[in-house]
Design a binder for this molecule. Structure first.
Ligand code: AQP
Length: 322
């Protein structure tokens, strides 16, 4: 089973990134799994060059700390494999302008920027290139990426119909719970690195005191009934999803164990603190040896290049470039 997924080095991963994506990457990693630090995607928004440079390595270390094993799967940085940008151009000649303007993420992010970068419109095509370059069968991502995944499938099918069988059509997969972790201060919005307020997002390296504070202050409701109900009680449902995902239980099972919000929040904070502590420890150890990390990433890029080069050549030939 070929797996591919990516994450932007746009800041420290939060619980949404971890529970929606990274945790299932760790659980399903195999020798055919490719995970990518998608630094080109981070350029769609304003980002300081020095910050981006640092965050690429920090995110790579975070992913190893979460449990990706360089001896099992392949982790690499997108811009170190040139075929991503090259295939992007070919696919931009297959995707349509109208399709890209309909992307919810584009509408959302462009409404928050004054000078909109053209790449903010076109990056879902780069995402399609990222995925299709690895003959990917399955893409484990959070629920927010579903629309982009559907576009990837549409582009791949259109390409295959027009130029002959070239790409594998990938399937989307998401976790059973916490596939869309919501902002702790606004359960109608997803938790996001760039949009959520400091209290709204819980980052994987937050201190125990910060975790306790954020969970204690998380918005719930006033009826006080422990019940899993996304429609009427989204703040509580979000917290139940988080607990369920860490504990390996269902949200209904979790709800039945508590009668008071306060007790539930205390137990949740404890569970999150205990689950994240070993990740921070491993991260600190990994960051003491940057050259070892860089060596892992160079090896990852070499392996990713050797696979994606073949798929890129197949697509270029199909279009008449070779
Ligand atoms: N709130 C979320 N709940 C569940 N999954 C989520 N993901 C992101 N937010 C949530 C999943 O995390 C993976 C990596 O996402 P990304 O960093 O590449 O970009 P994003 O989706 O744009 O995430 P952010 O945090 O909102 O970043 P910014 O603010 O920089 O754009 C993906 O699999 C995504 O589904």
């Amino acid at each position: 089973m070929r797996i591919f997924s990516g994450i932007q080095p746009s800041g420290t991963p939060h619980l949404g990134n971890y529970l929606g994506a990274i945790k299932s990457w760790v659980e399903t990693q195999n020798s055919e799994a490719y995970f990518c630090v998608v630094d080109l995607h981070s350029l769609t928004m304003e980002i300081d060059p020095k910050t981006l440079r640092n965050q690429r390595l920090e995110l790579s270390a975070s992913l190893f700390a979460c449990g990706l094993d360089p001896e099992v799967c392949t982790l690499f940085v997108q811009s170190e494999v040139p075929f991503h940008a090259q295939l992007n151009w070919l696919l931009e000649c297959v995707a349509s302008y109208g399709e890209l303007t309909r992307m919810v993420a584009f509408k959302d992010k462009s409404s928050r920027q004054e000078a909109q970068r053209a790449s903010l419109l076109t990056y879902p095509v780069l995402m399609a290139a990222d995925i299709l370059l690895y003959d990917t069968d399955r893409v484990p991502v959070g629920d927010d990426q579903k629309q982009h995944l559907e576009l990837t499938r549409v582009i791949a099918e259109r390409f295959n119909n027009r130029y002959g069988q070239t790409f594998v059509i990938p399937e989307f997969s998401k976790p059973a719970f916490a596939a869309r972790v919501m902002d702790l201060q606004d359960p109608t919005r997803k938790m996001s690195k760039s949009v959520s307020s400091p209290l709204g997002k819980l980052e994987i390296f937050d201190s125990p005191a910060e975790i306790e504070k954020k969970i204690k202050k998380a918005i719930t409701d006033t009826d006080g009934e422990m019940r899993y109900d996304w429609e009427l009680k989204p703040g509580l449902a979000n917290l139940l999803d988080i607990y369920a995902s860490f504990a390996g239980e269902t949200p209904d099972q979790v709800a039945s164990k508590f009668t008071r919000y306060g007790d539930f929040k205390t137990a949740l904070a404890q569970l999150v603190i205990e689950s994240l502590a070993p990740i921070a420890e491993r991260y600190n150890a990994l960051m003491t040896d940057r050259s070892e990390l860089e060596r892992f990433m160079r090896r990852g890029a070499e392996k990713a290049s050797s696979v994606s080069e073949v798929v890129y050549a197949r697509a270029a030939t199909a279009m008449g470039l070779n």
